[in-house]
Design a protein around this ligand. Structure first.
Ligand SMILES: Cc1cc2nc3c(=O)[nH]c(=O)nc-3n(C[C@H](O)[C@H](O)[C@H](O)COP(=O)(O)OP(=O)(O)OC[C@H]3O[C@@H](n4cnc5c(N)ncnc54)[C@H](O)[C@@H]3O)c2cc1C
Length: 263
């Protein structure tokens, strides 16, 4: 491939010049699955103009499906053992894995605003445990920003509450003692490897404090149910538990007006 910019460039060219630069090489990527999306991202970062062709109605369908049961993205075991898992294909695959080892994938997820954690089996999962929030909030944010010609920022402090080992499990699978401990301290209890409601409230509070410093008058926040309730609890100065009874439809748009500021 004859890319004008180095393919190893880590950051996108400044000012999106790759898109408008008619001299940049044009690349077509067929298929908007994880492989195609990642290839498109790498090509765009390297300065190419990229168009992704997908024949289904929306991108990354299988990936979103994979997230339903808890997405295992890589493994924390030593690199040599990890490579040996590829069996007969190990020798062929090894150079690619060495060039982009499991930690690079975890760093990439962090760059997207999705931290990862090592489960008890050594497998690595996104902190929110499901693939769908990773893409859904990002895609909606991108769509809104493009439609309204406004700046898009992602902020990990608005991630959904991290339920740790409870993620993706049915209530019946969680031990009685853990549920009792949670019931005894709903705001302070953190499921194993996860966070408490208090911790969620704290990060949302710091986020809101920073947002209040911004010069922009109108700000749209795209977030998940738990984070939205935490935002509303902070803004309305009510306990988080009180917001649990508030009706909030799937895909709801919630407007917040600061009446005291208008007086
Ligand atoms: C239930 C389930 C659970 C899973 N769990 C995990 C997991 O925990 N961890 C994990 O790593 N993996 C998991 N996987 C596997 C993972 O989803 C796949 O490995 C991954 O999606 C493969 O990505 P891909 O880009 O190679 O292919 P795909 O995801 O199949 O994407 C290919 C894309 O190309 C499009 N396409 C094909 N032909 C054309 C064409 N001619 N023109 C235009 N578009 C075309 C397709 O519509 C599709 O969107 C799971 C999969 C399933 C189904």
């Amino acid at each position: 491939m004859n890319l004008r910019h180095s393919a190893h460039r880590k950051t996108p060219p400044k000012g999106g010049s790759s898109i408008s630069d008619a001299e940049a090489p044009f690349c077509a990527v067929i298929g908007a699955g994880p492989a195609g999306l990642f290839a498109a991202d790498a090509l765009a970062r390297a300065g190419a103009r990229v168009v992704i062709y997908e024949h289904k109605a929306s991108p990354a369908r299988k990936f979103l499906m994979a997230g339903r049961g808890g997405l295992n993205i890589t493994h924390s075991e030593g690199l040599e053992r990890f490579i040996s898992r590829y069996g007969a294909a190990a020798a062929r695959i090894a150079p690619y894995i060495r060039a982009w080892p499991p930690q690079a994938l975890r760093d990439f997820c962090a760059e997207l605003g999705e931290t990862t954690f090592v489960g008890s089996s050594g497998r690595v999962f996104p902190a929110s445990f499901k693939a769908s929030p990773l893409l859904r909030a990002k895609r909606l944010g991108e769509y809104l920003a493009q439609k309204n010609r406004c700046e898009l920022r992602s902020d990990a402090r608005l991630m959904e509450k991290h339920f740790g080992a409870w993620e993706g499990r049915a209530w019946d699978d969680i031990t009685r003692s853990e549920i009792d401990a949670w019931a005894a301290d709903v705001s302070g209890y953190a499921p194993p490897g996860g966070e408490s409601a208090q911790q969620l409230m704290q990060r949302v509070q710091i986020f809101l404090r920073d947002v209040a410093q911004l010069p922009q008058q109108n700000i749209a926040l795209v977030a998940h149910g738990g984070s939205i309730r935490a935002l509303l609890a902070q803004i309305g100065n009510v306990p988080l538990a009180e917001t649990l009874s508030w009706e909030m439809g799937y895909g709801a748009v919630i407007g917040v007006r600061n009446l005291s500021a208008q007086k």
